[in-house]
Design a protein around this ligand. Structure first.
Ligand code: NAD
Length: 486
């Protein structure tokens, strides 16, 4: 039986209280292993180790040395690519082609990009003349913020965790990671990598458990945590902000979304449908940037509904290592119930179910997995729950529109503001509309394409702060000003 231990001060440790919980494979419901829950003593030990490491070797080495270590981390993840891949696939059930092209390579790349960024990061400097005719020079210095709590979701476990751990460590901080209770494996494995390449003890720590009354709450309430970076649901973000208010600790929040796609009649239809197929259904719809609302200009509305229906039906569910598999299960039975409850609500509220709407018929050995059908609805008013709420499943509602103003009003009416995709060949209109949509990220004629040097984050209820390139350093460093008169 596999065991997932906490990683504290360079060592794997069991739960002192003996509390463990199950890690199950969402493909067939089989037991992968037991996770050791961190109680208050383990969280205290992890934070203490992280605090001590700040003033140990880690705090003394140069940026160049730090970058060499992080480069070694990225190389070691790639050397152990298959171990990470197997671990991620077992926890999430996602298809092999997805995990091997996105999760693991991007997980390693997140260290590399922030090595490059920190090496070329500059700060401001100003010269001024003082009233007595002398000169004053002021300049900024960036210092690590300290111990960073990293709270992660389950949808892209390694990728989203290293998106935070990479810049945190590049800036000289130490971290205590709380992976999702659903996906403990890759964060645990990263501890082996840290030890193998010689990252000092206490720099990277992992505590397992849940949110309230467990590792998540103990960590975010800990007074020696100097900043909290969180990716997950907006409601959880609110709870974490309350915890962070005590001690005035800064937060970085990457939260939920209810992302729209806007399809104009002059779009390249092939590019649009190829992209929508991915943005609506990839990773079983469990991508924060995924599309759950599609607005199509009326002349091509029926055509888009028919084409996307065909693509949804081509998303063959199956085992991760079967090359025919296009879609995996959702993360857990609990999440399956949530997604299916929205499928039910859509029917009750009078939706036309274009395709899907339930659980696919799976072979006997996969029946206990958490499967849901890719689903498309039409015909609902903008107030319907499946148009207002984040579902985080492989589904979308498609509505027609007649004017730019009308579609902008509908897209912006939602409380979330994470991402949008616009499809049109009129470059002027694309840019005009992009600048009027209240989101942190807009794609034009593409989706999920990222240059990691650029800002990433949400507006409105989708987040606070921006990560990516130099923007990450706003959170992971404390900017100090020095003024000298001469
Ligand atoms: P979640 O909010 O349920 O859990 C995220 C993490 O928070 C888990 O590790 C959980 O144990 C922990 N947690 C829960 N309650 C806590 C508390 N009170 N204190 C401290 N920690 C607590 O989210 P999830 O279901 O794991 O992930 C899906 C959500 O994440 C979706 O809403 C999705 O949109 C969002 N997400 C956003 C982005 C983004 O970049 N904006 C990226 C990926 C996922």
């Amino acid at each position: 039986m596999k065991e997932f231990l906490n990683f504290i001060n360079g060592q794997y440790v069991k739960s002192a209280s003996g509390s463990t919980f199950e890690n199950r494979n969402p493909v067939n419901g089989s037991l992968i292993g037991m996770i050791h829950e961190a109680g208050k003593p383990e969280v205290d030990a992890a934070v203490a180790a992280a605090k001590a490491a700040l003033t140990g070797d880690w705090g003394r080495i140069s940026v160049t040395e730090r970058c060499k270590l992080l480069d070694a981390v990225a190389l070691e993840i790639n050397r152990r690519f298959d171990d990470f891949l197997q671990a991620e696939i077992a926890d999430t059930g996602k298809p092999h082609h997805l995990a091997s092209h996105v999760d693991i390579p991007r997980g390693a790349a997140n260290f590399q990009i922030f090595i490059d960024t920190i090496k070329s990061a500059s700060t401001e400097s100003f010269n001024m003349t003082t009233p007595d005719g002398r000169t004053a020079l002021s300049y900024g210095v960036r210092v690590p913020r300290g111990v960073i709590a990293v709270i992660c979701p389950w949808n892209l476990p390694l990728l989203l965790m290293t998106w935070k751990v990479g810049p945190a460590l590049a800036c000289g901080n130490t971290v205590v990671v709380k992976p999702s209770e659903e996906t403990p494996a890759t964060a645990t494995l990263l501890g082996e990598v840290m030890n193998a390449v010689g990252v000092p003890k206490g720099v990277y720590n992992v505590v397992h458990g849940f949110g309230p009354g467990s590792a998540g709450e103990f960590l975010t309430r800990h007074p020696d945590v100097n900043g909290i970076t969180f990716t997950g649901e907006t409601r959880t973000g609110e709870a974490i902000m309350k915890a962070a208010a005590e001690g005035i600790r800064p937060v970085s929040m990457e939260l939920g979304g209810k992302n729209a796609a806007v399809v104009f009649a002059d779009c390249d239809l092939k590019v649009t449908i190829d992209t929508l197929q991915r943005s609506c259904f990839e990773n079983a719809g469990q991508v924060c940037l995924g599309t759950e609302r599609v607005y199509v200009e009326r002349p091509i509305y029926e055509q888009v509904v028919a084409a996307l229906k065909e693509r949804a039906e081509a998303m063959t569910p199956g085992e991760p290592f079967d090359p025919a598999t296009r879609i995996g299960p959702v993360i857990s039975k609990e999440h399956q119930v949530k997604v299916l409850s929205y499928y039910q609500k859509a029917r009750e509220q009078g939706a036309t179910v274009v395709t899907g709407g339930g659980v696919p018929d799976m072979p006997p050995h996969l029946k206990d997995g958490s499967w849901v059908q890719p689903t498309i609805w039409t015909g609902l008013p903008e107030t319907a729950s499946v148009i207002t709420d984040e579902i985080f499943g492989p589904c979308c509602h498609i509505s027609p529109f007649d004017s730019e103003e009308e579609v902008l009003g509908k897209v912006n009416a939602n409380r979330y503001g994470l991402a949008t995709a616009i499809f049109t060949q009129d470059i002027g209109r694309a840019n005009r509309v992009a600048q009027r949509i209240h989101v942190g990220l807009t794609w034009i004629n593409c989706w999920f394409l990222r240059d990691l040097r650029t800002s990433f984050g949400g507006s409105k209820a989708s987040g606070i702060g921006r990560e990516g390139g130099i923007h990450s350093f706003e959170f992971y460093t404390d900017l100090r000003n020095v003024m000298v008169k001469f």
